[in-house]
Design a protein around this ligand. Sequence first.
Ligand code: BEZ
Ligand code: FE
Length: 294
Amino acid sequence: MIIDGEAAVTPAVLEAMAASPDARVKDVTAALVRHLHAFIREVRPTEAEWEYGVEFLCRIGQTNTATHNEGVLFSDSIGISTLVCLLNNGNEGSTETAAALLGPFWRDNSPPTENGGSIVRGPTPGPKLFASCQVLAGGKPVAGARVDAWHSSPEGVYENQDPNMAPMNLRGQFITDAEGRFRFTSVKPAGYPVPTHGPVGDLLRAQLRHPFRPAHLHFLILKEGFKTLVTQVFVDDDEHLESDVVFGVTQALVGGYQLGQGPAPDGSEGEWWSLDYTFHLEPGEARLPTPPIA
Ligand code: BEZ
Ligand code: FE
């Protein structure tokens, strides 16, 4: 088709793509073109602005490394990760779900840890945390589920961001018992800023947004016959609970972290906290995501 003006561009592109034999590819790419062309018509970028936009996307890729995923961070920072998550969990959006975005720091090979064990694998000063959780489906315990737990340190960094931390510190993999329970000891996580050295940092600064996430524990629960639950449980007194830079906080995910009274369950001295939380699985496909980092 010979283009005879601005209005002819969109139908020409859609026609050129229409032969795609895969119906899903055809629908998704056509919708992408329709929406992006509508965006361009609304925004009417100058040529210099469009160059900047393309350069911004290129920088997202260039900022990726084995230990940093700027693409995931971009998706997170504009609410798309949470939107995809909430559209895909909670029975087509009809019920509240306790799913949340994966984030960039999950690793597929967390150390198997006995139920009740510690995931502190090196010196990690901070208040202790005793987590006691149960996994249910339709009100019944889910035994034998794989549970990955991972979180930031009391200084707000993940093990693979800090060369001084022991490998796999604050990461563990558990198997739920006959009552669907798993327990572990750790330290209380702190909130942290997402990495801002790349284009996402430029975006946040341009929008006068702070880069912080409220403190949280991450969980991934995998059991054949159930939709894999990827989620986070937030610390309820965190100052950024209502302004998470990646929009991950829903009401169901605000945990009841309790300040311990008296001696800690393991007899240790000092401040300690406990968390009781119940996870609910939905029927569906058990699948592991692709780890965003090495
Ligand atoms: C996280 O929760 O680990 C996370 C999520 C989004 C961006 C950065 C970190
Ligand atoms: Fe996190």
